[in-house]
Design a protein around this ligand. Structure first.
Ligand code: SF4
Ligand code: SF4
Length: 199
């Protein structure tokens, strides 16, 4: 029992000389440590809307809302940071490594938890055969860019790039009988299989 008392005495003397360990927050701004894991934030340019962050989030606090009937069709990622455990898995799994980052923001208390949302919206690419969601346009373009010349083995990939460059214009024609010429379209795996088997 003697040693803990001695240690406390040393700490008390040290605090008298160096000042207290506690900070004066909120009266003085607190600067978190360099690798502090605070509120996750999306980057408009870095995120391609692949939803990998939502898949890996152990707290299940990232919601993916697809609205294919909207004009333009949209994917909205909603991160409910009131349920976030600041583990950093979303940042680690982000395919671009630029889409989501844990900031140093820690003072997140609010009165209405439903307002604790960090979100991003991305335009969707729809299947030109059946109109179902193929993926976010930016995601398809990102994959095609990563593949390089290999992207030309998949019409969905290279057409996504050509559309981005405004060199291809193809509309959605839902529930049409897919014919041979439909091979050169942005298609979901189901329609692609139908075209390949039937034509
Ligand atoms: S930091 Fe962890 S809990 Fe928070 S959104 Fe990212 S993956 Fe989910
Ligand atoms: S690009 Fe990164 S931040 Fe955007 S949806 Fe994919 S994993 Fe999430």
């Amino acid at each position: 029992m003697k040693y803990p008392k001695l240690r406390e005495l040393i700490e008390a003397v040290r605090a008298l000389i160096k000042g207290p360990y506690t900070s004066k927050f909120p009266f003085e701004p607190h600067v978190p440590e360099k690798r502090f894991r605070g509120k996750p934030e999306y980057s408009k340019d870095g995120c391609v809307g692949c939803k990998a962050c939502a898949e890996v989030c152990p707290a299940g606090c990232i919601e993916v809302k697809d609205t294919p009937d909207a004009e333009p069709p949209l994917r909205r990622l909603e991160l409910h940071y009131d349920s976030c455990i600041f583990c950093g898995q979303c940042q680690a799994a982000c395919i671009t490594q630029e889409g989501i980052k844990l900031s140093s923001k820690f003072d997140l208390a609010i009165f209405d938890r439903s307002q604790a949302i960090e979100s991003i919206e991305k335009e969707l690419a729809l299947c030109e055969g059946c109109g179902c969601v193929v993926g976010a346009k930016d995601h398809l373009a990102w994959v095609a860019k990563k593949l390089g010349p290999l992207a030309y083995s998949s019409p969905t990939s290279y057409l996504s790039v050509l559309k981005e460059l405004k060199l291809a214009y193809l509309g959605i024609q839902k529930s049409v009988d897919l014919t041979r010429q439909d091979r050169v379209k942005v298609l979901c795996p189901k329609c692609r299989r139908e075209v390949t088997l039937n034509t």
